[in-house]
Design a protein around this ligand. Sequence first.
Ligand code: SAM
Length: 234
Amino acid sequence: MNTELFLNGLDELGLSADADTIRKFARYSELLREWNEKINLTAITDSDGIAVKHFLDSLLPLKYIDISGGSLADIGTGAGFPGLPIKLLRPGVRLTLVDSLKKRISFLSEVCGGLGVEADCVHGRAEELGRKEFRDSFDTVVSRAVANMTALSEYCLPLVKPGGRFIALKSEGADAEIDAARPIIGTLGGKISEIITAPLPESDIVRKIVIIEKIKPTPEAFPRSAKKINRAGK
Ligand code: SAM
């Protein structure tokens, strides 16, 4: 990764990391590139892109939201984004990384082992985990680039404890999909409490960070099957 870019971006976000943590980010970046030659993890593999579009983008919510303790699940984490960078900067969170592709979970287990990071790396589909073992389980659920807001809310909100929150990292132009998701968010027991417009440092990208509070339990009928969820999201 481009360390200078990364450090400048951290500074712009008002965040800091000690030398050991910076080394871990550098090692994570190396492992990402190595494994990406064998399995498809990400299209972003250049050192500037990893520093900005993966690491800083994952850390962007920390500028606005206190995520320093409690349990955190990253749904559809892929190569670990945004959950793993958040854990590197905020080691006090209990992290669970979830993805439906086994190879990506194998990669994450190896990275966490290599970096000495404690995290549960879980192979599974969000909507199945939300019907059983992970229902109402996490203080915070985060997700980036997994599905449109309607489908994503049904994947993620059932996993949040009542009183907890779901944080969705969306693109600048996501207003229409966020508005379209409002009814299902209410049905699932959530309420949008804030939509933050957040410029990504060292880039001209602007993010929308959607914060949804879980104000009541998700009704038993949810989450539905992936097929129904995706049909509802169209
Ligand atoms: N969040 C990562 C990022 O921002 O770089 C990965 C994004 S990637 C485009 C979407 C990921 O979500 C894939 O790794 C895919 O396997 C996973 N995924 C899609 N649907 C899922 C589901 N229902 N449950 C768990 N993982 C899912």
